[in-house]
Ligand binder design. Structure first.
Ligand SMILES: C[S@@+](CC[C@H](N)C(=O)[O-])C[C@H]1O[C@@H](n2cnc3c(N)ncnc32)[C@H](O)[C@@H]1O
Length: 230
């Protein structure tokens, strides 16, 4: 998908956060080597993978950072500051690129960010990156399957980012749904490139069209912004 090319500068971030974002952007170029294998595995996953399948997926994805694009990071920062969400939850932290944008926003608003990451290695890297950026005190990264760790998070949740393995977007969303407030924002990444893996999630939202309004933005691989309107 064509990135509509919103201003791609990072001068809204302070120097420490920007430095880590730029370093991760360079490191993420290595993702090209493994992205094919990750895509193949994703198609085998399904919405209710057994533990072994999920572990195999994690092992395949371990070498890949798969961070949000800069345009998406800027949008996350805008929505996190603009919504004033007090609690922000992220499904899929990886090395913490999206988390850096959310945490930078949280530093302005006083919010708390809860990240989730299946890979203990990635969670440790993310935690170190967030500390290096000076925003570690804004974030708690829960290690393990988000479906098991997120029920421990107390609501209300004002902003939810869905950026984990795509077939699990619907079950993770449903687990968080009781905690989503009126006006809460759900952002879902990769929706155009991998629309085939998100059919259940999109159907679920479409069937609740009086509760959720969904708009797809042409940023990077497609971004859904969904707002709970009642
Ligand atoms: C696309 S990457 C996330 C990228 C990250 N948001 C960023 O911008 O850098 C997806 C991540 O979701 C994690 N993940 C997948 N399924 C998960 C689950 N059930 N619970 C927690 N994390 C999961 C993967 O290990 C992977 O690191």
């Amino acid at each position: 998908m064509i990135d509509i090319g919103t201003d791609s500068g990072l001068d809204f971030l302070d120097d420490r956060v920007r430095g880590v974002v730029e370093r991760l952007e360079v490191a993420a170029r290595a993702d090209g080597d493994v992205i094919g294998a990750v895509s193949v595995r994703l198609r085998e996953l399904g919405a209710t993978p057994d533990a072994e399948t999920l572990r195999a997926m994690t092992a395949t994805g371990e070498a890949a950072m798969l961070p949000v694009a800069r345009s998406v990071g800027r949008l996350l920062f805008q929505l996190a500051v603009g919504s004033g969400a007090a609690t922000i939850v992220e499904y899929g932290t990886s090395h913490g690129m999206s988390t850096l944008y959310l945490a930078a926003a949280a530093q302005r608003t006083g919010a708390q960010v809860i990240g989730t990451e299946l890979s203990a290695h990635k969670a440790a890297v993310a935690t170190a990156n967030l500390a290096e950026a000076g925003v570690g005190d804004r974030v708690r990264v829960l290690v393990g399957d988000a479906l098991e760790t997120l029920p421990t998070v107390s609501g209300p949740v004002g902003l939810l980012l869905l950026d984990g393995w795509l077939p699990l977007h619907l079950p993770v969303f449903r687990a968080m749904e009781p905690k989503l407030t009126l006006g809460s924002i759900i952002v879902s990444d990769n929706v155009s490139r991998h629309a085939d893996l998100l059919g259940d999630f999109h159907r679920y939202i479409a069937e609740r069209s009086q509760t959720y309004l969904r708009t797809t933005l042409p940023l990077d691989d497609g971004i859904d912004v969904i707002v709970r309107v009642r």
